[in-house]
Design a protein around this ligand. Structure first.
Ligand code: ATP
Length: 303
């Protein structure tokens, strides 16, 4: 089960269908089967040597539909324990990178490796076990808050759940709800805001303790206090983890080891925040624009 909650966040229509009726786990399995796009290679072994894996994309080309190329030769490396952030206009292919790293789809050309092993050649289960995803919109089950957090690691003790919730700064919010960790959430229970849901996802990820983290920043507007808080939590979750950060707010990426600027399926600029500002190109103008725009419009503006 541990692998299953993560793919749901990426499955579009299926995701919405599941979100409406999450009590039925059998249904979830059926839906997952329907969406299964990739299969283990014969004799595939689990990923090995994951203490601090480097993630590498080498000349990756990918299309959902053969008639429409989406990624056109993407190469970058996330050194072990570092954060690489991806920015760019809507539709440029940022979230596709995350889907490919998680191996929802196989690429048409190039290689994606983790700890030096091509992800197509090892078991999917081991790839997904190694990655924690904090998605834009977290799936919550119609169950207790404790269950929803423990989903990161079934069998976690109450003390471990609370420790993760504290680290994700959602504990204080939970303990003032009517039944604390036993409070029901979801469609028929407590409704959580976007920021609170992301914190639940961070707590799940901290419990799972994966060496690789994908953080798909929420596109929805958060107030600036919430935004700063989530940013702090993200930074602590990313510490010592090989992290791919899909960013919609440039303020989040300032400290990244490297920033990739994508446009129409290509990396058009790359560097640190200060290098890219000095370059005076696409990133620099996005930065200038975003500084002027009000906090209600957090998406990276198209140049
Ligand atoms: P945003 O900032 O809006 O989240 P993005 O840069 O993350 O955008 P992607 O989600 O990676 O963009 O999408 C890149 C392109 O691939 C878009 O043109 C999108 O329409 C297309 N696309 C995404 N998912 C699918 C899919 N499942 N099937 C077909 N096309 C898709």
């Amino acid at each position: 089960m541990i692998q299953l909650y993560i793919p749901l966040n990426f499955l579009g229509v299926i995701y919405r269908e599941i979100k409406q009726s999450l009590t039925d786990l059998d249904k979830m399995f059926t839906l997952m089967d329907r969406e299964r796009e990739v299969a283990d290679a014969p004799g595939a072994q689990p990923l090995a040597g994951l203490a601090q894996p480097t993630v590498r994309f080498e000349n990756v080309e990918f299309a959902y539909d053969p008639a429409r190329p989406i990624l056109k030769g993407i190469s970058f490396e996330i050194p072990a324990g570092k954060t690489v952030a991806v920015v760019g206009p809507s539709g440029s292919g940022k979230s596709t990178l995350a889907r490919l790293l998680f191996r929802f789809y196989d690429i048409q050309r190039g290689r994606i490796t983790m700890a030096g092993q091509e992800i197509r050649e090892v078991t999917q289960a081991s790839v997904r076990q190694a990655i924690g995803i904090v998605p834009q919109d977290t799936v919550l089950f119609n169950d207790t808050v404790a269950y929803n957090i423990a989903y990161g690691r079934p069998g976690a003790s109450q003390a471990e759940i609370e420790e993760a919730a504290r680290a994700a700064r959602i504990h204080d919010f939970i303990v003032v709800t009517p039944k604390g960790y036993a409070t029901m959430v979801g469609e028929r229970g407590l409704k959580l805001s976007g920021g609170e849901k992301q914190r639940v996802a961070i707590a799940r990820t901290l419990l799972k303790n994966p060496p690789v983290l994908i953080f798909d920043e929420a596109t929805s507007a958060l107030d600036s206090a919430n935004e700063r808080a989530i940013q702090a939590e993200l930074q602590s979750a990313a510490r010592n983890r090989t992290t791919l950060l899909i960013a919609h707010r440039l303020s989040t990426v300032v400290d990244a080891h490297q920033i990739l600027v994508m446009d129409a399926g290509q990396i058009v600029e790359r560097g640190t925040h200060s290098e890219l500002l000095a370059l005076g190109g696409r990133y620099a103008s996005m930065w200038a624009l975003q500084k002027e725009s009000p906090p209600e419009s957090p998406s990276a503006p198209a140049p």
